[in-house]
Design a protein around this ligand. Structure first.
Ligand code: DX5
Ligand code: ZN
Length: 221
C-alpha cells in the first residue's frame, strides 16, 4: 500500500509511562496528535499547549493540535505562540473567522487544518478548502476515546480525495476516531493519508507499547 502516516493520539497514552512511550514512538510515528478541549465545545478537558511544550522536551516530531473549543481565535493564538506545527480547528466554529485564522497560522509559518465532526458536511469548508494543509474527518463524536465507530463518515474521505484530484488541492486527509484493527479494511479502502491512533488502535491493545505497536503495524501490512 501507499505510504501512510501514523499519528498517536496522546490523550489516550499512559501517563505513568510517558517518557518510555514517547521515546519508543519518536522512532516510529510520523507526528503526534494533541487533543485540546475546553469543556464547552465538547464535554471533556484533556491536553493543552502546555502539554505540547512538555512533550517537546523529549521529542522532535511535529505536533498537530486538534482543537475542540468554542473560542477558536484564542486557542489558535496560544498555539501560534508556542509554534505548534499544525493547528486544526473545528469547521463548525470557523464561521466568520476562517480566512483570518488560516492567514494568521500561515503568516507564522505553521500549517492550518480544519476538522469535520460526523454531522458536518464537506461543503462547510469549500469556501477556503484551497488554503488548507489538512482536513480531518472525525469518525466518532468528538470528546472521548473508545467510542462507536461511524463508518458513514468514511464517504467524506473518498469525497475529499476526489476533490483534491480534480482541483489539485494540497491538503492531507486525516481520520480520527476508533481507528483500529476491526475497521482497518474499511478505513484503508477509504484511504486517508494520516491515521490518528488512540486507545482503540494502539494504547489500549496491550500493556506494553512495543507489543501494541507490533500488533497494529502487523495488521496494516
Ligand atoms: C477524541 C479525539 C481522538 C481520540 C481518539 O475526541 O479526537 O483523537 O483520542 O481515540 P480513539 O482512536 O480511541 O477513538
Ligand atoms: Zn483528536
Amino acid at each position: 500500500p501507499r505510504q501512510i502516516q501514523l499519528a498517536p493520539s496522546l490523550m489516550t497514552m499512559d501517563l505513568d509511562q510517558f517518557k518510555e512511550q514517547i521515546s519508543f514512538l519518536n522512532e516510529r510515528a510520523n507526528l503526534y496528535h494533541i487533543d485540546i478541549m475546553d469543556g464547552h465545545f465538547v464535554p471533556n478537558i484533556t491536553l493543552s499547549p502546555w502539554f505540547i511544550e512538555q512533550t517537546r522536551k523529549i521529542s522532535d516530531l511535529p505536533m498537530s493540535a486538534h482543537l475542540m473549543v468554542t473560542d477558536a481565535p484564542f486557542w489558535v493564538q496560544q498555539l501560534i505562540d508556542i509554534k505548534c506545527e499544525m493547528i486544526c480547528m473545528p469547521a463548525e466554529v470557523s464561521n466568520g473567522v476562517a480566512f483570518r485564522l488560516i492567514d494568521q497560522i500561515h503568516d507564522a509559518g505553521l500549517k492550518a487544518g480544519m476538522v469535520l465532526n460526523p454531522e458536518t458536511p464537506v461543503d462547510t469548508i469549500l469556501p477556503y478548502i484551497d488554503l488548507l494543509d489538512k482536513v480531518t474527518i472525525m469518525t466518532i463524536d468528538p470528546g472521548f476515546a473508545g467510542q462507536r465507530f461511524l463508518s458513514v463518515c468514511l464517504d467524506k474521505i473518498v469525497h475529499l480525495r476526489k476533490l483534491r484530484d480534480e482541483h489539485g488541492y494540497g491538503y492531507q486527509i486525516e481520520m480520527d476516531g476508533s481507528t483500529n484493527l476491526a475497521h482497518w479494511k474499511l478505513i484503508s479502502d477509504a484511504d486517508p493519508d494520516i491515521y490518528v491512533i488512540g486507545r482503540s488502535g494502539l494504547f489500549g491493545l496491550t500493556d506494553r507499547i512495543e507489543d501494541s505497536w507490533d500488533q497494529m503495524v502487523h495488521e496494516y501490512e
